[in-house]
Design a protein around this ligand. Structure first.
Ligand code: FES
Length: 107
């Protein structure tokens, strides 16, 4: 299945991104593959928070964050109730129609 989500980059520009669900990527990997600059220093282990995104639309439809993700988000001064780590979100139908804003550090 192909899902669509809206992605707002650090410059405030929004684009619709189409992602296939069959490849079994997480959202951090999929955004990188789509050309977004995300450091992902920890490689998707919920340890670096450079894949921090703010969910502007569709927060309720996402699977709940696990403890490692919540612990890491707790360390971020700019995290809010709508913050998630993109590496902890599987690309599947739960992401269809959501909107995320890329927040993690670029450097
Ligand atoms: S890639 Fe490091 S926390 Fe997501």
């Amino acid at each position: 299945m192909i899902i669509n989500l809206e992605v707002e980059d650090r410059n405030g520009e929004t684009q619709t991104v189409e992602l296939p669900t069959e490849v079994n990527l997480n959202l951090m990997e999929a955004l990188k593959a789509s050309g977004y600059n995300i450091l992902a220093t920890c490689g998707g282990m919920a340890l670096c928070a450079t894949c921090h995104v703010q969910v502007l639309k569709g927060l309720d439809q996402l699977p709940a964050a696990q403890n490692e993700e919540l612990d890491m988000l707790d360390t971020l001064p700019d995290a809010g109730f709508d913050s998630r780590l993109a590496c902890q979100l599987k690309v599947n139908e739960s992401l269809d129609g959501i909107k995320v804003k890329i927040r993690g550090d670029e450097h």
